[in-house]
Structure formats: C-alpha cells, structure tokens
Design a protein around this ligand. Structure first.
Ligand code: 5AD
Ligand code: SF4
Length: 473
C-alpha cells in the first residue's frame, strides 16, 4: 500500500518513476550476471513503427541497457506490423530463432509490441504456442515499456498490457534517434477511414491529432539537437487537425513547420487523395523547405473498386488531383501504393489501374498483393481473386511501375541535386550514400564527415533506381 502512494498517476512522471525502478532491478541482474546487459529493438512495418522504436530505444537506454546490433541480446523487442499477412508470418518465423538464443541465455527477455498485439487472437496464439515470450503490449502502450519491464522483472510472469483505445499522447519521454540528422515526428495517431481491406483503424484506433504547439516545440528541439530533415507522420496527414478546437489544417501546420529556424527539409506521410486540398498544394509550392515529393496512395485505378474500398475518390478525380499538383509543383516526385487482386477485381478493373500508372508515370510505387485481414469487410467477401490471377497481375503491374520509375530517374541524369548524406556505403567504404529531395538514393565518393550534411551532387550515372554521383563545390 505504502509503495503505491509514491507511484505518480500522471504521465510522463509515472514512466520516469518506472525507468528508475527498472534501473535498480537491472543493476541487480547485472551484478548476478557479472556483465552489462544489452537490448535490441527490431522494427517491422512503416515509418510510424520506426518512430515508435526510437521511443522504445530511448526508454531502454535510460533504464541502463546497452544497445546491441544483434538479436542475441538480453532484451529483444519486436515492434510488429500486421498490415498484410506476410508481416505476421515473418514475426512468427523469427520467434523460433529468438527461442534458440533464450535457451542459452538465462538473462534473456523477449517483448513483442505494436500492431499485431492489438489483435486478441495473436496474443492468444503467442501465449499458447510461444510461451517463452515475456512481455506483450499494444500500440497504445508503447510509452509504458519501463512499467511493463519493471512488472516482469519483479514477478517473472508473462506481462501483457493492451489498451483498446489510446488516451492523450504522452509527451517528453526519452528518444534514441536512428539518425542524428533526420527523424519522424507524429502529428496524428490512428485512422478514421476504414478502407474496406485495411486493418489499421482496428489496431491503431481512431484518429487523434497532436496539439500543433507541442509539434512545433518538438521540431524546434529536434533542430537544436542537429536534425535537418523531419518527416511529419500520420496515417492520413491531410485530415490533421479537423477535430482540434480551434481546427488547424495540415497546410497551416506545414507552413508553421516551414518557418522553424534551421529546418532544412520537411517530408510528410501518408496523404489520402480524398483530403489533399488545393491549400496544401499551394502551401508546398510556396514553401522553402517542404520536399517536392508526395506519396499519394492510389490503391486501385478502377472507380468501381475504389468505391468498394471506401476510398471516396474516383479514377478521374485522382488524375485531376495529380494534374493540379504537377501544375503547381512541376518538379514534384510522386510515389504510390497499389493493391492488386482486391476481391471482385476483374481484368478490366486491373487495366484501369495500369492506365493510371501509365498516365501518372510514378517515380516509384509500392505494389502489394491483396491480403485478407480478418475482421475487415473485404475479408468476408465471397469473390476473392484466385492466387494465380493475382500473381500474374502483380508481375505485369510491377514491370510497368519499374519501367516508369527507371524512365523518371533517367531524366535527371547529368543534373545536379542536393543530397542529404546518410551513411558510408555498405559495400564500398570509399563512397557515401544519401538521398535527393525526391527521395532517390545517390552514392558518391566522399568521406564519413559528410554524414548529416546537405551537399550538391552531380547525378553522373543513373542505374535504374539509384545514381552514382560526384560532389560539386
Ligand atoms: N492487403 C494488401 N495491401 C494492403 N495495404 C493495406 N492493407 C492491405 C491489405 N489488406 C497496403 C495499402 C496501404 C499500404 C500501407 O499497405 O496499399 O497504402
Ligand atoms: Fe488503412 Fe485506409 Fe487508414 Fe490508410 S487511410 S491506414 S489504407 S484505413
């Protein structure tokens, strides 16, 4: 009872309290082990998860664990994705390997968090078939890692926390960024769109926008800390701020972020075509730092299928949107997501998708075979497309998007562009690797001290989806 009185009930104070508790318990375990204990966080899925993993790592470093590059560590956290079935399968496959490490290491703990854990059948399956997993927590409990770890360290019992709904986002917890010079920042959580194939609204909850002041303060802090590029993250950034009081549009937020002194590049992800306003197009065109790259998921080019998907736009309105974007921002790079084999998709529907691909000429496209997600409306439809038909359409689509991707990349050969240098090249240490504003990868001769800098690079040779370049003075 006495103990409970000291535990703060407000956040983030509560989590700082548990970081302190976990730290004491970890020190005790380290004495027993006679060595420092290590952690590793493995991220599956999207940019949102990548950002959540920066938060998980920040907490674990504050607790006192040492970061390890390998999954043969004393605490391994799998931050999972469940958007398609193969994402789930990859996690289950790799759990077997972790089990092997755990058999040999009495100090090892395994934690699984994120989207998969929001599904009750997954938690039940892990309890039953993978009982060696120590901690499970959902997308609304990411900030509670230290609390769950403390509980598990104290009780030794499987610790499971899954909230159905998110409370207010918890601000000001420690963060360990993957790159010192670029990072993501959440502007909204969850999704209200319920596209008929998609599990995200069920596992990430209803859309909630963060306070614009908190976002701007965080961006300012990041810039002071060396960040040059931020990616504003939301399942649908274009509906940002609609439920705030007073309302704020995404264009207004973007304009404010553009004014933050010292910011050099701003990206955002993901845009829903139904909510992409002319105000936003004009804001991007007039901005100083917003990258001329828009990820604009198409999903299907068939108006009939789009209606069934609950996407709220037509083939024609999408093409008109692309036309208006290109008119205002002529050098814009466009990328997209496309699903093939959605239930009921006919050859004619698929040809409509191919037609949009030919008309838009995307710089790049992520193509997916439709994956049945239980609980979504599309999963129970009787007219699922046979696997061989899906495979055939998928390879035709892939060939087409790659053709245009190459063509668009080739068009920039010989030009000079600004590259944010990210790393030493993995295969050739005489080269460094970075990205253009349009997100294309460039390798060029350079030294590691260029990492984090934005430099002019001549795109001497286009190799399909990347360039070999030369740095200019
Ligand atoms: N099957 C295949 N692809 C899907 N996506 C979302 N749900 C599914 C599904 N059930 C794709 C969409 C989305 C991207 C993140 O994943 O194209 O834009
Ligand atoms: Fe899924 Fe549609 Fe929401 Fe994107 S907008 S997360 S595809 S439901």
């Amino acid at each position: 009872m006495q103990n409970q009185i000291q535990i703060p009930t407000t956040e983030p104070e509560r989590q700082y309290y548990f970081i302190g508790e976990a730290k004491k318990l970890l020190e005790k375990e380290e004495k027993e082990a006679g060595r420092k204990l290590t952690f590793h966080v493995t991220t599956f899925g999207c940019q949102m998860n990548a950002r959540d993993s920066e938060k998980l790592r920040g907490i674990l470093e504050d607790v006192g664990y040492e970061k390890s590059d390998s999954e043969d560590a004393d605490l391994v956290v799998y931050n999972t994705c469940t958007v398609r079935e193969n994402a789930d399968n990859r996690v289950f496959g790799r759990l077997g390997i972790l089990h092997g490490y755990k058999d040999k290491n009495p100090h090892m703990r395994i934690a699984i968090c994120g989207c998969m854990i929001q599904e009750k059948n997954v938690v039940d399956k892990i309890r039953k078939s993978y009982p060696f997993v120590d901690i499970m927590f959902g997308t609304h409990n990411i900030h509670e890692l230290a609390e769950l770890l403390t509980e598990n360290m104290k009780t030794g019992k499987t610790t499971v926390h899954v909230l159905e709904k998110g409370a207010e986002p918890v601000e000001n917890l420690p963060i360990d960024r993957t790159y010192r010079f670029k990072t993501g920042i959440n502007i909204s959580f969850g999704c209200n769109n319920f596209c008929s194939y998609c599990i995200v609204p069920y596992v990430r909850g209803r859309e909630k926008s963060r306070d614009p002041k908190a976002i701007l303060t965080e961006v300012e802090g990041m810039v002071k800390d060396g960040v040059k590029e931020v990616m504003l993250l939301g399942q649908n950034v274009n509906s940002y701020g609609k439920e705030l009081n007073p309302t704020v549009s995404f264009a207004e937020l973007l304009h404010e972020v553009d004014q933050v002194p010292g910011i050099e590049r701003i990206r955002f992800m993901t845009s829903h075509p139904k909510d992409l306003s002319q105000e936003l197009i004009d804001t991007i065109a007039a901005s100083k730092h917003v990258c001329h790259h828009i990820h604009l998921p198409l999903q299907s080019g068939s108006t009939r299928i789009l209606k069934d998907m609950n996407r709220h736009y037509t083939k024609e309105s999408y093409l008109d949107l692309v036309r208006r974007i290109r008119e205002a921002i002529p050098d814009v790079a466009l990328s997209t997501d496309i699903i093939v084999g959605y239930p009921g998709e006919t050859e004619e529907d698929f040809e409509e998708t191919m037609d949009v691909v030919r008309k838009v000429r995307y710089d790049s496209a992520f193509t997916f075979e439709y994956s049945k997600r239980s609980g979504t409306p599309a999963a129970s439809r009787p007219d699922q497309v046979p696997a061989d038909v899906v495979k055939d359409r998928f390879s035709r689509l892939l060939a087409e998007v790659q053709r245009y991707g190459r063509e668009r990349a080739q068009a920039l050969e010989g030009r000079t562009g600004k590259v944010l240098v990210e790393s030493v090249n993995r295969e050739n240490p005489a080269l460094v690797t970075g990205r253009l504003e349009n997100n294309s990868v460039v390798h060029f001769p350079g030294s590691p001290d260029l990492i984090g800098q934005i430099v002019n690079v001549k795109l001497s040779e286009c190799h399909g989806f990347y360039y070999i370049g030369e740095m200019q003075e």
